[in-house]
Design a protein around this ligand. Structure first.
Ligand code: GLN
Length: 532
């Protein structure tokens, strides 16, 4: 195929309508037709990346293989499409402005006054087309964060208006809105949708397709009405009703021919409807799995989005083990010796979550001591792995003051420490070990048994590391270092082989678990939890 086609996904009426899931579903359906597809997210906030954002503000920070701290929607793109995204797949207003200002300082604009139009919009347009130009994708889907009407979104909408004009048939606009149900009137209301489309039209964008998020089925009449008021084809008014799982959404979109409508708009042949066999198999298996496996998530954030990728990786792994993941959030700040038994004993397995800083850390040690001494399958991820090492040092090696340098600068038993070369770094943004690193696994280890290979690559996001000065002592006492970075010798995986399943990873395996390729460590952990 010659020219890359661009699909823009915007949202109106309210945030959190699931633009990321709709973008991923469109991507999935086009990919199933043999097209090469990538998806990118443009976020209108001023931060350079979400790395320094609190999970309360923006949910989990996702990490790409090339070490970019990214919006969690990139996780959806990877899980749905099985693709790998990069830094170029997530742009923020901060990055756009930074790059324009850097160019201005370099003198690239030759004495011109730098303005939002054309300089900022040109930079946005350059970034929209970057992936398409470089890798010749058939389709580049661009999701615009925020909702139409936000001040921050305006430069993006203006860029889309210009691109639609320039690209002609090669551009399609999909607008996602919300149709509320007024219980008192017993009616679905389309007015917010009409207003949202008017808002888009007022900045010069006519959407081609409307996806209406709703809790009830939309009648033909309602769709006709929306089509009439909003200048779109009747068939291009699609409903997106709440689904038992987000992974159903591609099927619902396919039933309403969303992919065909897009193909017609860009002038591509429609052809046969793909069967989506493996995807349907996954969903069938998921619906058949009714028996639960109970997993406790010990962490300090009691909100869904903060551990998004872990939740998804767990539920995928449960499906492939023919179980339903019943995930119980256990607030580590409230966990103590008195209540740990009551909280953890109903769990088949426990995950100790990643995180930064002191808050809630002591509860993680309490949980780990319980899990280790009661032989509960336990998975420590990043900070969770570091806590595994600290708890072991305190209660098995007998170093009561063992800690991470992050929590206690002065401990003599700094079993988790900062690396020498990192000590001089003072900025908070972008100073971590980020992205994919190689790891060699020890033959005979449980980790290697799970992976079925001795050479892996996993994604990191942390500053502190296992302190190799203590390695021999740990191993002698029964906690083995079974995954090592071949270049730096850094410890990436620890495990206690005498327990059923007690593994900690310095990296984040959850980022690379996808619907059709669940992660081996999560599969093996859930399996051990079921056996429990
Ligand atoms: N705070 C720890 C570190 O920086 C762990 C980070 C994490 O869990 N992602 O090393």
């Amino acid at each position: 195929m010659a020219e890359t086609k661009y699909i823009f996904v915007t949202g109106g009426v309210a945030s959190s309508l699931g633009k990321g899931i709709i973008s991923s579903s469109i991507g999935k359906l086009l990919q199933a037709r043999g097209y090469s597809v990538t998806i990118q997210k443009f976020d209108p906030y001023i931060n350079i990346d979400p790395g320094t954002l609190n999970p309360y503000e923006h949910g989990e920070c996702y990490v790409t293989v090339d070490g970019h701290e990214a919006d969690l929607d990139l996780g959806h793109y990877e899980r749905f499409l099985g693709i790998q995204t990069t830094k170029a797949n997530n742009i923020t207003t901060g990055r756009i402005y930074k790059s324009v200002i850097d160019k201005e300082r370099r003198g690239d604009y030759l004495g011109k006054t730098i303005q939002i139009i054309p300089h900022i919009t040109d930079e946005i347009k350059r970034n929209v087309k970057l992936l398409g130009n470089k890798y010749k994708y058939d389709f580049v889907i661009t999701e615009i964060g925020g909702t139409v009407g936000d001040i921050e979104s305006l430069p993006y909408l203006e860029s889309i208006r210009q691109l639609k004009w320039e690209l002609g048939r090669n551009a399609v606009c999909v607008h996602l809105t919300y149709v509320p149900y007024l219980a008192a009137a017993g009616e679905l209301k389309t007015k917010p949708t009409q207003h949202s489309v008017k808002e888009l039209q007022s900045v010069g964008i006519q959407p081609d397709i409307l996806v209406l998020r709703t809790e009830h089925d939309l009648s033909l009449n309602l769709r006709k009405k929306v089509a009439l008021f909003c200048n779109v084809d009747e068939t291009a008014v699609i409903q997106s009703k709440d689904q038992p799982t987000i992974y159903e959404v591609p099927l619902r979109m396919q039933e309403q021919h969303l992919d065909e409508i897009i193909l017609r708009k860009v002038g591509l042949p429609v052809g046969e409807t793909p069967a989506l066999g493996p995807w349907r198999d996954f969903l069938d298996r998921r619906h058949r799995a009714t028996e639960a496996v109970h997993i406790g998530l010990v962490g300090k954030y009691d909100l869904q989005d903060a551990y998004k990728s872990i939740l998804e990786a767990l539920s995928q792994a449960a499906t492939y083990n023919d179980r339903k993941a019943d995930i119980h959030f256990i607030n580590s700040e409230k966990l103590n010796e008195q209540n740990v038994e009551e909280q953890l004993s109903p769990m088949d397995g426990v995950i100790i979550c990643p995180g930064f800083g002191q808050r809630g850390i002591e509860g993680k040690f309490v949980a780990l001591k319980y899990c280790r001494t009661h032989n509960v399958p336990t998975f420590g991820i990043c900070l969770g792995m570091q806590c595994m090492a600290i708890e072991f040092a305190r209660n098995v090696l007998g170093y009561a003051d063992a800690n991470s340098r992050e929590m206690d600068e002065k401990t003599p038993h700094n079993v988790i420490d900062i690396m020498e070369e990192q000590k001089s770094i003072t900025h908070m943004g972008g100073t971590m070990r980020l992205g994919a690193y190689e790891c060699i696994l020890k033959p005979g280890s449980r980790a290697m048994e799970a992976y079925q290979t001795d050479h892996i690559q996993e994604r990191h996001r942390h500053r502190y590391e296992f302190n190799n000065d203590f390695k021999a002592e740990f191993e002698k006492a029964g906690m083995n270092c079974v995954g090592l970075n071949p270049e730096s010798d850094l410890v990436e995986i620890i495990e206690i082989p005498t327990l059923k399943w007690y593994i900690g990873t310095q990296f984040h395996p959850e980022y690379s678990s996808t619907v059709l390729k669940p992660h081996p460590l999560f599969l093996s952990f859930v399996k051990a939890a079921i056996a429990q």
